[in-house]
Design a protein around this ligand. Structure first.
Ligand code: GRF
Length: 202
């Protein structure tokens, strides 16, 4: 079996993209990033991809008449690079029906909180403001909701009394960089089974 072909969608700094490229480059997962796409021309993720010799493309959503049109253009790019699994890594748009239908249960996301708690933007800040004693991160399949899809892996981190939201976010990010490649590795090896909204390892 060849390597699973990953298309990564990112809007920002791309540290999760980097962790995936590093794991793939080191042969820790049977996958390779074949294209990186962004909606944001200033995304550092694009820079990281180019440095690694991976095609990095950006389309401005404002140049398209609708979300469907925009996603069709993204789809073309993903098909052109024969992407098999789409990984959202800090991609700041809700995935719509065009991409969901083209990649059924083949789009995954990383979220910086223990879902279903604190979905949406700024998961770390939400957890911090709430005063939880533990938080963490979640890799999940993407469905039509906001951070609602079946959970693949979660990692838990403690919240200490002398934390700031930034130290907490750093502790969570460290775990993100571990569990995202791990989840991709499991998918690449066909070791996940989806039953309703439950994900089992096989
Ligand atoms: C991460 O915290 C991720 O969980 C969230 O967006 C952030 C992206 O960070 N979805 P980076 O661009 O991967 O560094």
């Amino acid at each position: 079996m060849g390597k699973l072909r990953l298309g990564v969608l990112a809007s920002g700094r791309g540290s999760n993209l980097q962790s995936i490229m590093d794991a793939a480059g080191a042969g820790r997962i049977k996958a390779e990033v074949v294209v990186v796409f962004s909606d944001n021309k200033d995304a550092f993720a694009l820079e990281r991809a180019r440095k690694a010799g991976i095609p990095a493309l950006r389309l401005d959503p404002r140049d398209f008449g609708s979300k469907d049109e925009y996603e069709k253009a993204i789809l073309e790019i993903l098909h052109e690079h024969e992407v098999q699994l789409v990984c959202l890594a800090g991609y700041m748009r809700i995935i719509g029906r065009v991409l969901l239908e083209a990649f059924p249960n083949l789009i995954i996301n990383i979220h910086p909180a223990l879902l279903p708690a604190f979905p949406g933007l700024h998961g770390q800040q939400q957890a911090w403001d709430y005063g939880v004693k533990f938080s963490g991160c979640t890799v999940h399949f993407v469905d039509e909701g906001m951070d609602t899809g079946p959970i693949i892996i979660q990692a838990v981190v403690p919240v200490y009394d002398d934390d700031t939201v930034d130290t907490l976010a750093d502790r969570i990010l460290e775990q993100e960089h571990k569990i995202y490649p791990e989840a991709i590795g499991l998918i690449a090896e066909g070791r996940l089974r989806l039953d309703g909204r439950k994900v089992f390892r096989v």
